[in-house]
Write a protein that binds this ligand. Structure first.
Ligand code: AMP
Ligand code: MG
Length: 422
């Protein structure tokens, strides 16, 4: 049995980033940039007005105030997108709108609220300004040739705006990995069929597909393979068309746990198959026909936690991410936790901000079949392998899986457990 870290390292050593593809800006959010993007032009392209007002020479309005306005001759009016025809001379002003290029000869803008138009060709200025006032300089945002976004950047709304800002309509990003998902088990029926006696719905495929989507991959559902080598072989072969294959179930020590042996028969190079953790000890990782294959455990919570710890970082690495792991924080445990030593437990929990610190409380039902614990949880307390007791109030490491409330959620009050066995 190997540690979680050894398992993660062994997997990530083998995972390679995908190739790249070009996408339009509407498809870029969430993708990782696979090129350095330089701007061919300055942004803004020319000096322009930061506000609606009058372009003028600072020198001409020295000492201006409400009591002692300066009178200037209005020689032109320009809106954004229009270049002034005239060069501004002493004693002159050009009415200007936000974004319009600063006319030659002008060196400042006074905002319109600090002026009064006396007639068509005369304006009174009530404010003295310095040279450069209310002028946005060419290249202030982006210099020509500047790298505005570098390789490895995760693209978001601001990046999309920046790409458009410099006129780039398409960029190279890492491809999304296609992830084949195979459920295994005689007892499973898929949605749309009714479970007979002894049968249950296949839930793992859907939880995994959602996890794949959330991690930026493209899930490909392979359906359900029955617990025999032939059916497993057929489905696994289908899965090898994808970039990565996930199976769930059939990977433990039961009489019908045939996933490992079937993969082995196909030539899978198995790296390990048990990890010192709970939930999710049986977890077979190998490489088959050059594709990473994850044999995840069948219990729904084990499946999801194993995905979190091993598959998600792999998918992120394939997409060019640098940060492969969820954020983790130190939190105050609200109650004692006990377990038997030797395996590390990932305790489904609710973490929330409590003033300046984090507090965390375990969900009461920790069974690896209790999917409800995952529905309620927003975090996992890391209960170290060789410890068996965590006291109330102790500081624990917590992996944050999703949104965390900024105060204690109401429903937690009712279910405060005296002691949670995980
Ligand atoms: P196994 O490792 O195949 O024995 O599966 C362990 C447990 O997980 C059994 O109770 C299975 O019924 C359950 N299980 C396996 N696969 C799925 C699935 N796709 N959806 C829901 N439960 C499953
Ligand atoms: Mg099974």
């Amino acid at each position: 049995m190997i540690s979680v870290e050894d398992a993660q390292n062994s997997i990530l050593d083998l995972i390679r980033p995908m190739g790249r593809e070009r996408v339009g800006l509407l498809d870029c959010p969430g993708r990782v940039l696979a090129e350095d993007v330089q701007s061919p032009r300055p942004v803004p392209p020319w000096n322009n007005s930061a506000m609606d007002g009058y372009a003028l020479r600072a020198e001409d309005v020295r000492g201006a105030s409400r009591e002692t306005p300066r009178a200037l001759r209005v020689i032109e009016e320009i809106q954004a997108g229009v270049v002034a025809k005239r060069t501004l001379g002493p004693g002159e002003a050009i009415k200007i709108m936000t974004g319009a290029p600063i006319p030659d000869g002008a060196d400042a803008v006074v905002l319109v609220e600090e002026t009064e138009r006396i007639s068509d060709d005369e304006v009174h200025i009530f404010l003295a300004v310095r040279e450069g006032e209310a002028i946005r300089l060419a290249g202030e945002d982006v210099q020509p040739g500047e790298t505005v976004l570098s390789h490895g950047t995760r693209l978001g709304p601001a990046s999309a705006g920046m790409l458009a800002n410099i006129g780039r309509a398409r960029v190279y990003v890492y491809q999304k990995p296609k992830v084949a998902i195979l459920a295994t088990g005689e007892e499973l029926v898929d949605l749309g069929d009714s479970p007979g006696v002894g049968q249950i719905y296949n839930s793992n495929s859907y939880a995994l597909a959602a996890q794949v989507l959330e991690a930026g991959g493209e899930p490909v559902l392979l359906g359900i393979a029955r617990d025999n080598a032939e059916d497993l072989t057929r489905h696994i072969n289908d899965g090898l068309a994808a970039d990565l294959l996930i199976t769930s179930g059939g990977v433990s020590v039961g009489d019908f746990d045939l996933v490992k042996s079937t993969l082995g028969g196909l030539g899978n190079d198995m790296r390990f198959w048990r990890v010192r953790m709970k939930p999710g000890k049986p977890m077979a990782f190998g490489v088959l026909s050059g594709k990473p294959v994850f044999g995840l455990p069948g219990n729904p919570v084990s499946t999801m936690v194993s995905f979190e710890l091993f598959v998600r970082p792999s998918l992120l690495k394939m997409q060019g991410y640098e940060n492969l792991f969820r954020p983790s924080v130190e939190a105050r445990l609200l109650h004692p936790l006990t377990k038997s030593p030797e395996r590390r437990h990932y305790v489904r929990s609710v973490a929330y901000r409590d003033g300046d610190e984090w507090a965390v409380q375990a969900i009461e039902a920790q069974g690896s079949n209790i999917l409800h614990s995952m529905v309620r949880a927003n975090s996992l307390v890391v209960f170290p392998e060789y410890e068996s007791e965590l006291a109330a109030g102790s500081r624990v490491q917590v992996i944050l899986l999703g949104e965390t409330p900024s105060q204690k959620p109401e429903h937690l009050e009712m279910s405060t457990p005296e002691r949670v066995h995980s």
